[in-house]
Design a protein around this ligand. Structure first.
Ligand code: NAP
Length: 250
């Protein structure tokens, strides 16, 4: 049996699970991270960190490492690397699959305002609101002109530069359970949440807590993306990888 090499573009919980479950004799599994997180979760198997140098750099990497199959398991809002992956896989004729968790759907009791951009989210906040901004540090600037709003900015790693907001407090923590999110929203007297439709379970508790408390959510929808072969979960990708490697005789 000849060796096969799978490259997983990661940065998500699904990518970590996939790396662990794809391990097999005669198979090389490489996980790639952008390197944005200070203390990334432990990944089973080989890991590389940092950009490839654009789509051509990624295509070059696929060739140099003799990659058999490319899995784009990056976050639904990480569009640049996904564009690069489509180009590189096509250019290098490497089998490609996108792993993308389904978006959250509005349920009875939810009070969502759907917007397309961070700027629209900023405009949708009413005056005097106390807003949980559940967004990464690189997405805060769009809210800098909003005055008469108090922001509770929650992030995992501290920002490297001071946040450009008129009135805010910083909360360095991860999303928690429904119980802890309910208590957090209540203690902080949150009247609105601004977040992106990331999907998945890890950060859904705040949405459920908001529903229970009747708190409106300003939901930034996912960017529109080119149609590519996409699977919704780790299990389906494992099935696809097995079939593909079999058919390639590796
Ligand atoms: P992005 O805007 O799509 O990518 C910007 C550049 O970062 C890419 O062109 C690439 O550099 C590099 N890059 C991104 N992901 C990479 C990966 N997995 N391996 C190697 N290089 C990567 O990405 P982003 O929104 O900044 O997200 C960066 C990473 O964080 C992604 O891996 C994503 O899965 C994870 N993440 C993102 C979000 C989010 O909200 N965007 C949330 C949670 C996790 P080169 O062009 O030099 O190759």
């Amino acid at each position: 049996m000849s060796e096969s090499t799978i490259l997983i573009l990661g940065g998500t919980a699904e990518a970590i699970k996939l790396a662990s479950q794809l391990q097999a004799p005669g198979r090389r599994v490489i996980s790639s991270l952008a390197g944005r997180t200070l203390a990334p979760a432990k990944i089973v198997g080989e890991m590389r960190v940092g950009g490839f140098g654009g789509s051509r750099g990624l295509a070059e990497y696929l060739k140099n490492e003799n990659v058999t199959l490319l899995v784009d398991a990056t976050h639904p809002f990480a569009t640049q690397i996904s564009d690069n992956a489509i180009f590189a896989a096509t250019d290098s004729k490497v089998t490609f699959v996108r792993l993308e968790r389904p978006a959250w759907r509005e349920k009875p009791g939810d009070k969502w305002t759907l917007v397309d951009t961070l700027e629209q989210a900023a405009e949708a906040i009413p005056p005097k609101a106390r807003v949980l901004l559940a967004l990464g540090k690189q997405h805060i600037a769009a809210f800098s002109k909003r005055n008469s709003v108090h922001f509770v900015v929650r992030m995992i790693d501290p920002p490297e530069t001071p946040l450009d907001l008129v009135d805010f407090e910083l909360e360095l923590s991860k999303p928690g359970s429904v119980e802890s999110e309910t208590s957090f929203l209540t203690i902080k007297r949150i009247t609105h949440i601004v977040c992106r439709n990331s999907g998945g379970e890890a950060s859904y508790a705040k949405i459920k807590a908001a529903r229970d408390l009747g708190i409106p959510v300003i939901m930034i929808e996912r960017p529109r993306r080119p149609q590519v072969y996409t699977l919704p979960d780790v299990e389906s990708v494992i099935g696809f990888v097995g079939k593909t490697l079999n058919s390639l005789g590796t």
